[in-house]
Design a protein around this ligand. Structure first.
Ligand SMILES: NC(=O)c1ccc[n+]([C@@H]2O[C@H](COP(=O)([O-])OP(=O)(O)OC[C@H]3O[C@@H](n4cnc5c(N)ncnc54)[C@H](O)[C@@H]3O)[C@@H](O)[C@H]2O)c1
Length: 309
């Protein structure tokens, strides 16, 4: 295998690169470094870095040289930015996606795995959410990811490209930027705990989420590249926690009591989420996801080391 990881310098990308290198698989990344950084990447002779934009056809085709597998993660990842500037978001998340897809096809790449998102489901009508649930995105970002899924189905069916889309749920872990508008609630809470600020909770805190540790996402990515499954697959732990439960675990892991301030529910917030993971269990039968308490402890350690630096 020789894997091209687009967006390899980002949060999920850099952990996926590490996992591939650990398995002795050579990696090339293509990244324009808008949100990813070189500091996220290890020094490794098996890793090649190409700076370039997925919207640039020439850069994408040149990055495909001698590549057998593609992990496509590069995207404009902010839901808010997609609401404020849909054409710009669309140019990366649909235009860039189709460039990578077409280059994979033209270069006879054996397999392409790409990042879809739980955002395709929008506000769930029925829980738990299975891949069969109707897609009802409520942001341009969610719609763009859904269009990716549709393109992938067409390219697989009509042109024989081996494709698999992973719908990640709430990912947390080291290297997620708490300042990013897309950062999950966990990064934000940890940043507030570090600054000894009260945690702002919108509503009563009973809203549930499925939180998955980034190293488990990296593992799923590598296994997905090596499998022959097609279509789309939810990537989550199948376990839910309310925000109040999350805060309780966080406070115990940080060994610090935390103050909670309840604020008015934000319009459009999704109250409950729960995920069906039967397809993921077929991909990863060991089902040994990092439990929330261990993942939070690892993240707190990383954050305190980064703050000290
Ligand atoms: N983090 C999550 O909770 C989550 C949830 C669902 C889906 N996703 C998807 O997972 C993928 C990775 O997200 P992430 O959280 O690691 O975000 P990230 O911002 O850390 O990573 C995205 C990477 O893509 C690069 N990039 C952006 N635009 C580019 C372009 N036009 N050309 C080349 N490179 C470009 C960035 O520099 C960055 O390195 C994205 O496709 C995102 O939509 C993430």
């Amino acid at each position: 295998m020789h894997v091209l990881v687009t967006g390899g310098a980002g949060f999920i990308g850099s952990h996926s690169v590490e996992k591939l290198l650990e398995a002795n698989i050579p990696v090339r990344i293509l990244d324009n470094f808008t949100s990813g950084t070189r500091d996220n990447l290890p020094n490794n002779s098996q890793l090649e870095i190409q700076e370039g934009d997925i919207r640039d056809e020439v850069a994408v085709h040149s990055a495909m040289k001698d590549i057998t597998h593609v992990l496509h993660l590069a995207a404009q990842v902010s839901v808010q930015a997609s609401v404020e500037n849909p054409p710009e978001s669309c140019s990366t998340n649909i235009g860039g996606f189709v460039n990578v897809l077409q280059a994979s096809r033209a270069n006879d790449v054996q397999r392409m795995v790409y990042a879809s998102s739980a955002a395709v489901y929008g506000r769930p009508v029925q829980l738990p959410l299975s891949e069969k649930a109707m897609a009802q995105p409520c942001s341009p970002y969610g719609l763009e990811k859904y269009v990716n899924d549709q393109y992938a189905i067409l390219f697989a069916k009509e042109f024989g490209v081996s494709l698999f889309g992973l719908r990640y749920f709430n990912v947390y872990g080291p290297r997620q930027d708490p300042q990013s508008p897309y950062a999950g609630v966990i990064s934000k809470f940890i940043s507030m705990i570090e600054q000894r600020q009260p945690l702002a909770v919108f509503g009563d805190g009973s809203q549930t989420r499925d939180f998955i540790f980034v190293k488990d996402i990296a593992k799923a990515n590598v296994q997905a590249l090596q499998s022959d499954m097609g279509g789309v697959c939810n990537v989550a732990t199948g376990k839910i926690h309310s925000l109040l439960q999350l805060i309780d675990i966080l406070s115990r892991c940080a060994n610090q009591s935390v103050e909670v301030v309840h604020q008015t529910v934000r319009e459009g917030d999704i109250p409950f989420s729960e995920t069906e993971i039967t397809r993921l269990q077929a991909l990863m039968p060991t089902n040994d996801f990092t439990d929330l308490s261990s993942g939070l402890t690892a993240l707190l350690q990383y954050t305190s080391q980064t703050v000290k630096k």
